[in-house]
Design a protein around this ligand. Structure first.
Ligand code: HEM
Length: 471
């Protein structure tokens, strides 16, 4: 910003916000119920809300124009050097999600080709086959009418898919260990304690955290070691990471850097999609009209044939269902940045070092951009209606240069998984099962998602392998 701009910024008013505790500000509230704090802040104070968490000052931005300013127009003034990312670095090190600056830029350029549309198209049959394999387990639940946790089933499925697609590895034997470790770190990073900031104080929490990171390191270490020893190299992301040579230094990545990237992609690449799918099944079970429309589309387009990549353009409603579910329950429900230098947003002064919070859960329910925001209505994502909205009113994958690298992968996967499952089953919420939001790093259903299966009427259990022509 130039000198005139800076002096103008200095004159701007301070944004409104909750007063909070004299010393702690809103620290206790953000630890106890972060989603409610942000939602209530927007309701009470509007598009720009000021918070104080102990000594840290933060701004919640809810308006798409302000979000675009931070993530896109003036993104050079915003980095990830804040407390949220410092905590995440304890798990992920300096991988693509947590790194910054020139280093991040190099890694992004290196990894991006793996996520190009054509490359993702090559993963479609893997996505469908993995879902069909899951049905071997599901048949047991269907026959007995027994409720089971769809959220953990979706986690297992998306983990299998991402590990096979990116690292040509079957991690199903490690799925439980990964799931447990991830639940522990997710809880600890989501519900952080002030003692976490005092590194020298040993606590049981920290021991559990270290054990969980160690468990994840073991899995990642095994994947990398096996590949280093293998005579044959698959042409996948892992080989690319191991073989990449930095043009400036002429060196390959250090083992630590490979570990950070593999762990980042393994975790970021499955937990988010799994939660999006779990919320989708829940929303469909509560909205019979939309559910029927989905089933009609799937059977109309596919009949008894299993879906493939070429079917995706013919399944627009399936995609709209997934998009609407990610609007109501965006699994990456909040992202944050740190202002490097002073700035001005919405007429308010933003001093350097301010923490910026962008909460898609809040923006996705902003009444100026979403009619009846609480209602599940996939038609909002018809091309005509989507065109009327400002870009940053919908940001399940973030936006700007740091937009989720796996967004095409995730949408393709979700669309295919939903179509494959809907072709065979309808899912019903188990009677009495409590559904509650659990906003950790990702937005999980607090008690899982216990559901029962019944067969989708139009299609019987047998899908024909010979019918997979369109894949
Ligand atoms: C429904 C599924 C997904 C959601 C909702 C989601 C959401 C997000 C969001 C909001 C960000 C931006 C974070 C920020 O700006 O601070 C992000 C970044 C990222 N995501 Fe995803 N993601 C999903 C699936 C995936 C998949 C499938 C992969 C990889 C296989 C992946 C890998 C990443 C990585 C590596 C980044 C960091 C990108 C960068 O900064 O260059 N995500 N994701």
């Amino acid at each position: 910003m130039n000198a005139a701009g800076a002096s103008h910024a200095a004159k701007c008013a301070r944004p409104p916000g909750p007063r909070g505790h004299l010393l702690l500000g809103s620290l206790r509230e953000v630890q106890r119920a972060p989603l409610e704090l942000l939602r209530d802040g927007f309701r009470d104070h509007g598009d720009v809300v000021r918070y104080r968490f102990g000594a840290t000052r933060a701004l919640l931005l809810a308006h798409p124009d302000h979000i675009r300013h931070v993530l896109h127009d003036n993104q050079r003034n915003y980095d990830k050097q804040n407390i949220d990312y410092a905590m995440l670095r304890r798990l992920l090190g300096n991988g693509l999600l947590t790194s910054d600056g020139a280093f991040w830029h190099r890694q992004r350029r290196l990894i991006a080709p793996m996520f190009h549309r054509q490359r993702v198209a090559g993963f479609c049959s893997l996505m469908v086959d993995s879902t069909l394999e899951m049905f071997e387990r599901w048949e047991f639940f269907a026959l007995r009418g027994e409720p089971f946790d769809v959220a953990s089933e979706m986690t297992r499925l998306t983990l299998t898919i991402v590990a096979k697609a990116l690292f040509s590895t079957d991690v199903s034997d490690d799925a439980e260990a990964i799931g447990e470790a991830l639940t522990e770190v997710n809880r600890q990073l989501g519900e952080f304690s002030v003692f976490d900031m005092l590194w020298m104080i040993p606590t049981a929490r920290k021991r559990r955290f270290r054990a969980a990171v160690h468990a994840l390191d073991q899995v990642v270490g095994k994947i990398i070691d096996e590949r280093r020893r293998a005579a044959h190299r698959n042409e996948d992301l892992l080989s690319m990471l191991l073989d990449a040579v930095d043009q400036d230094t002429n060196k390959t990545m250090t083992p630590r850097q490979v570990r950070d990237e593999v762990l980042t992609l393994l975790l970021a690449g499955h937990e988010t999609t799994a939660n999006a799918l779990a919320w989708t099944w829940y929303l469909l079970s509560q909205n019979p009209e939309a559910e029927q429309k989905l089933h009609r589309e799937v059977t109309g387009v596919l009949g008894r044939r299993t879906p493939g990549g070429l079917d995706l353009p013919q399944l627009p409603y399936t995609r709209m269902v997934v998009e609407e579910s990610m609007r109501l329950y965006p699994t990456a429900w909040a992202i944050s940045r740190r202002a490097i230098g002073d700035d001005e947003i919405g007429g308010y002064r933003v001093p350097g070092k301010t923490n910026i919070i962008i909460c898609s859960f809040v923006t996705h329910r902003h009444p100026a951009f979403w009619e009846e925001p609480q209602r599940f209505d996939p038609e909002r994502f018809s091309p005509e209606r989507a065109e009327e909205r400002p870009n940053f009113a919908y940001l399940p994958f973030g936006g700007g240069p740091r937009i989720c690298i796996g967004n095409t992968f995730a949408i393709t996967e979700a669309q295919l998984v939903v179509a494959t499952i809907a072709q065979r089953y309808r899912l019903r919420l188990a009677p009495g099962h409590p559904v509650e939001l659990h906003p950790l790093i990702t937005l999980r259903p607090r008690h899982g998602m216990r559901m029962t299966l019944c067969r989708a009427s139009a299609v019987d259990a047998a899908t024909q392998p010979a019918d997979r022509a369109a894949r």
